[in-house]
Design a protein around this ligand. Structure first.
Ligand code: ZN
Length: 204
């Protein structure tokens, strides 16, 4: 199973990090070892003093495919989830300045939270109009809607599958909206998609 992540897919998040708006989607991978194990807390790694949460809508691939046309992309998934792309922002900043890959800042152990709850895409009128938010200690820190993605889910699947064969069980992290921020020990993060609680984790 592989995890493919999309960077800079919401305008307000691009602005808050003062990044340039990309001309095409930015892709990176997280290794399978980055998945936070079920019911485990997230441990802040020693190599960073600035770990950020990034809540993201997830798409689980159910059929193998490459060069998938956008109009057929919906046949390749039927479940939508929610997760966190934990990011060592200090390390990422250093790597970005040198033009180096972000993998160390994004792919470390525990950096991929995949909520264990999944919702059926057929239960929604459109996957391009889903509300989601992240609570940190009962305060809403990120809140958005998938309609605000620069590249929508089906466009992403078409784009990604131009480069990487998608396989059953692969998961796409579709990018984070504005409001990213630092986590501290004892924080609790809970994610909601269309009002349903999708995960809840503790930071240590
Ligand atoms: Zn992200």
């Amino acid at each position: 199973m592989k995890i493919i992540c999309v960077g800079r897919n919401y305008t307000e998040h691009i602005e808050e990090l003062q990044n340039e708006k990309p001309e095409e989607p930015i892709l990176f991978h997280k290794p399978d070892t980055s998945v936070l194990l079920k019911k485990q807390p997230f441990f802040i790694p020693d190599f960073s003093d600035d770990i950020h949460y990034e809540v993201e809508v997830l798409v689980k691939i159910k059929k193998i495919g490459k060069h998938i046309q956008q109009k057929f992309a919906c046949k390749y998934y039927d479940e939508i989830g929610l997760g966190i792309d934990f990011t060592a922002r200090d390390l990422q900043q250093k790597l970005k300045e040198k033009g180096l890959p972000w993998e160390k800042a994004k792919g470390f152990d525990g950096a991929a939270v995949i909520g264990d709850k999944w919702l059926k895409s057929k239960d929604f009128d459109s996957v391009n109009n889903l509300n989601f938010h992240l609570l940190m200690n009962d305060e809403i820190v990120q809140q958005s809607n998938t309609s605000l993605m620069l590249w929508k889910i089906d466009e992403l699947i078409a784009y990604i599958s131009t480069y990487f064969t998608l396989k059953i069980g692969d998961i796409i992290f579709t990018g984070t909206p504005a409001g990213v921020g630092k986590v501290s020990p004892e924080d609790r993060l809970s994610g909601f998609l269309e009002g349903k609680k999708m995960f809840s984790i503790k930071v240590k």
